[in-house]
Design a binder for this molecule. Sequence first.
Ligand code: AMP
Length: 283
Amino acid sequence: MRVVKTINALREEITAVKRKQQSIGFVPTMGYLHEGHMSLIEEARRQHDIVVLSIFVNPLQFGPNEDLERYPRDFVRDENIAKELGVDLLFYPDTKEMYPADPSMTIHVTEGVNVLCGKSRPGHFDGVTTVVMKLFMLVQPDQAYFGQKDAQQVAIITNMVDMFNIPVEVIPCPTVREEDGLAKSSRNVYLTDEERQEAPLIYQVLTQARSLIKEGELSPNEIVQFVKKELNSLQHAEMDYVELLTYPKLMPVTEKDKTILLAVAYTFKHARLIDNIIVSKGE
Ligand code: AMP
């Protein structure tokens, strides 16, 4: 596995790969790798000649009062995991390399951001799309792998690829969970023991709601109320949002919509957790 920290070195590697007409699968991450990231890497490994992994904690996607400084990092551990999973090229730039100066332009997302995390984290998806666009330009992958845990991110990046005619295929991958159902997240390490004990309730309630949505007896609003009521028993977390939307358009749900996203965000003392399910009605 080659580790490259500069854009010049990355370009050289990519040029060599392209010359050999090898296909590239790309997994962009912020590091502190867990089984969720690993599943994306494994999928890319199955599909492509060359797997490129990036690790970059992107300041542009953090708000002023968010956890940029304390976001967990462990490069040596990540490097070993990447090596074991057969990553060919690990891109690990520092902030100066990605943003030598304050960015003079960024992508501004106007659709699909007035809901969910876009609403509670203003500017977040402008930061995400800007860095992903830069990474796509540098890595020039055939396919890029993203976790469905960040469903809004998948929807917005898919839109970006369509909007700018980027020749990259976005591959959504299923959410990987702990045995008790809690979605794997780099931020789970910040849960206290008590918080960790009650956090699996989030997915339990989403699973109950899945049945209710499929049964089709309750209105969208009643489903949302059900989830809020059940999750009200979280002692250590505050609700950020519970929303039911069409997927991937992220619009209000009507009777005839078949693919529905139920997404939640809850803030614990030092970790804001998100989770979601996508329900296909009539299957
Ligand atoms: P992050 O490092 O949190 O920016 O995540 C990098 C990629 O891993 C994103 O595409 C995430 O959606 C994905 N990811 C994070 N957690 C999980 C998970 N539990 N299951 C599947 N993919 C995940």
